[in-house]
Design a protein around this ligand. Structure first.
Ligand SMILES: NC(=O)c1ccc[n+]([C@@H]2O[C@H](COP(=O)([O-])OP(=O)(O)OC[C@H]3O[C@@H](n4cnc5c(N)ncnc54)[C@H](OP(=O)(O)O)[C@@H]3O)[C@@H](O)[C@H]2O)c1
Length: 251
């Protein structure tokens, strides 16, 4: 399946690196498209229409506000489309691209290392062969979780923003360690490995967060004191507020 990317920005680059195969692409900044094509061994084309003509699957990687202007160039030739645009539901996509298979996904930055969470909007079957091929393509980037279309933005608020949240959490922990005398590189190694290891542990324990917490938290022990301090500082409220803030900007 020949992949054609419309827009060669951050998320297009992350997905292309994750797929690890040559892509066709176009971007208003020609150098950006050339760079992505060079990196993947693919081809930067003169414009969006050329990508639509040559690709088996067009992946929309521009900003949501550009849906209509891009569709004017891409719709005449595109065989099948996958969108990663935030706040652009299936109905809007199918209006812009009628009469062909259209899929809605939301990736997250770790797709670059094939460890991403990818949300897919649930839909009726469209074309069995294309449905399967497109799902397999995105599954190569990590774990695909299918949710109702109306919940895609909520899911996005959890996973596509989270690499920034996790980086901030790591930074805060590293700074705390440095404040108590660890070198930054020592603290970073400890914190980041613990994040990665805990993620794997949670996967193996079927995402049972409470079980993992209980294992680390002996009664009256240091972890219990640390957790209580985090709760007092409003950790849960902070994440609730973050999701509200994300959705406030999308609704
Ligand atoms: N970043 C994330 O974590 C994330 C996660 C999930 C979904 N998304 C979605 O992914 C999409 C891309 O996000 P991003 O972070 O990768 O943004 P980005 O880095 O700004 O990339 C968008 C690219 O599209 C280009 N573009 C603008 N107009 C175009 C046009 N008419 N035709 C073709 N390309 C055009 C932009 O060029 P200019 O810079 O010249 O405008 C830019 O290179 C967005 O719709 C966003 O909602 C992003």
């Amino acid at each position: 399946m020949k992949i054609g990317l419309i827009g060669a920005g951050n998320m297009a680059r992350a997905m292309a690196r994750g797929w690890g195969e040559p892509v066709l692409c176009a971007d208003p900044v020609a150098g950006r498209a050339r760079e992505l094509a060079r990196e993947t061994g693919g081809q930067a084309l003169a414009g969006n229409a050329e990508v639509a003509q040559q690709a088996d699957l067009v992946v929309l990687c521009h900003k949501p506000a550009q849906l209509k202007e891009v569709a004017a160039e891409v719709a005449p030739a595109a065989k099948a489309l996958a969108s990663i645009l935030a706040v652009t539901d299936l109905q809007m996509l199918k209006q812009a691209y009628p009469d062909r298979p259209v899929y809605r996904f939301i990736p997250s930055l770790p797709v670059e290392v094939r460890q991403g969470a990818v949300v897919q909007a649930a839909d009726e079957p469209q074309d069995a062969q294309t449905d399967a091929a497109v799902h397999d393509l995105f599954a190569r980037l990590g774990t695909v979780v299918t949710v109702e279309d109306r919940l895609v933005d909520v899911a996005m608020g959890l996973m596509s923003c989270a690499p920034a949240y996790v980086a901030l959490i790591a930074e805060a922990q590293i700074d705390a360690g440095v404040r108590h005398g660890l070198r930054a590189d020592q603290a970073a190694g400890l914190v980041v490995q613990t994040l990665a290891g805990t993620a794997e542990l949670l996967r193996q324990r079927e995402y049972d967060t409470l079980a993992v917490r209980r294992e680390v938290t002996s009664p009256g022990g240091v972890t219990a004191r640390g957790l209580a301090a985090l709760e007092r500082s409003g950790l849960r409220t902070a994440f609730d507020d973050a999701l509200d803030a994300v959705l406030g900007g999308t609704r």
